[in-house]
Design a protein around this ligand. Structure first.
Ligand SMILES: O=C(O)CCC(=O)C(=O)O
Length: 369
């Protein structure tokens, strides 16, 4: 049963009541459409069987009917970080501006070789193709038993439920050998490059705040960062359920590698924006800790994944986190948030999810409300 640990208790989940008042969806197909995706009976988590009563009482009652627009996120060519001054400074300004205005950007020429990304995608497919019983059994790949996550036992309506499955893996849990050797070695290759990218973006954002800081090098280590492999199976009730519920990330930065299916949306100026996949780009977003550290200058914004009736979707998220003992404190005065340790933040999020049903997040730590 431990493998059924809810998404809601994971590191970066929160339930929010999504903004409402818009309708239409560009890629969702109405639940009345005749198409049935090929069923992968033994591969997909048994969402409907396991949550029968939730589905029975909720189906037909909710529609995810916000209007959303498809927009290009700011697209930043990171190779310019290696240029001489004018080019480098322009690139740094673009990164900081995207962090302030969007909390998100797409990065091209990010330094992660395409072959590593393609290999990672292939290995991810092989992992998720395993039978559900094996994935949920906790024995696959020597991951700890709660690394495989699906469903939401505390959900009381479909809006609190994510139609997806994920392996949430501390990087130090990657075994050196075993059944999935090539997955291990690919993750290790990926991690070596993606962590360097995260350090470089964090240093750029710190510098923009006028802080020459070793904070990230000292506190965000291999042993404190996570990788999450996500799979979004085709969903027969895609008009009524999220692939992943709206949330902000409880880290400094997230670097996302997604396939070309689409479905990621983010909240910008009160409207849900669909992120158009770019095969050359990684998506980088600011997490709650950077928002606190920057005293609210950089924005940790709500994002979600729409379910898709016809095709499965895959993504890999790298969460750039500090150690639990790290103290997060605004680098500017007067500080908007009180200082807190990452451990305290996580505990508060988990307690809120348990007691209130959703993540309250940074506003818990505001000094003046
Ligand atoms: O799959 C995606 O596009 C987003 C994933 C995400 O937000 C997460 O894993 O926290």
């Amino acid at each position: 049963m431990e493998a059924l640990l809810p998404f809601l208790f994971s590191i970066n989940r929160c339930f929010v009541v999504p903004a409402s008042g818009w309708s239409d969806s560009s890629f969702q197909v109405s639940s009345a459409a005749p198409f049935s995706p090929p069923l992968k009976m033994d591969v997909d988590p048994p969402f409907e069987e396991h949550y029968k009563s939730l589905f029975e009482k909720s189906i037909g009652k909710t529609r995810i009917n916000d209007i959303f627009e498809e927009l290009e996120l700011p697209l930043i060519d990171l190779s310019r970080l290696n240029d001489a001054k004018p080019g480098r400074e322009k690139c740094e300004r673009e990164i900081a501006e995207a962090a302030e205005k969007w909390g998100f950007f797409q990065a091209v020429n990010h330094g992660i070789p395409r072959e590593i990304l393609e290999k990672l995608h292939r290995e991810q497919l092989k992992l998720f193709e395993q039978p559900f019983a094996k994935k949920a059994g906790g024995k696959l790949f020597n991951f700890s038993v709660d690394s495989y996550r699906w469903g939401a036992p505390s959900a009381t309506c479909l809006r609190q439920f994510s139609w997806s499955e994920a392996f949430h893996i501390p990087l130090t849990d990657i075994p050196d050998s075993g059944e999935f050797n090539s997955l291990s070695s690919t993750i290790k290759e990926y991690e070596a490059t993606v962590s360097a990218l995260a350090q470089s973006i964090a240093a750029t954002l710190a510098e923009n705040l006028g802080v020459e800081s070793n904070f990230f090098v000292e506190n965000c280590l291999r042993s404190t960062c996570y990788l999450r492999l996500n799979r979004y199976p085709p969903c027969p009730i895609s008009a009524e359920i999220f692939g992943l519920i709206p949330h902000t990330d409880s880290d400094f930065l997230t670097i996302l590698y997604q396939d070309q299916i689409g479905g990621l949306q983010l909240l910008k100026d009160g409207r849900w924006i669909t992120v158009k996949p770019n095969p050359e780009a990684l998506i980088i977003n600011i997490g709650d800790l950077f928002e606190a550290w920057s005293n609210g200058l950089y924005k940790s914004v709500q994002h979600r994944v729409m379910a898709n009736r016809q095709v499965e979707r895959f993504s890999v998220a790298y969460f750039f986190c500090p150690s639990y003992d790290s103290v997060i404190k605004s680098c500017r005065e007067p500080s908007v948030y009180r200082k807190f340790s990452f451990r305290e933040y996580r505990q508060q999020v988990q307690e809120d999810v348990r007691t209130v049903g959703y993540k309250i997040g940074l506003s818990r730590f505001l000094l003046r409300s």
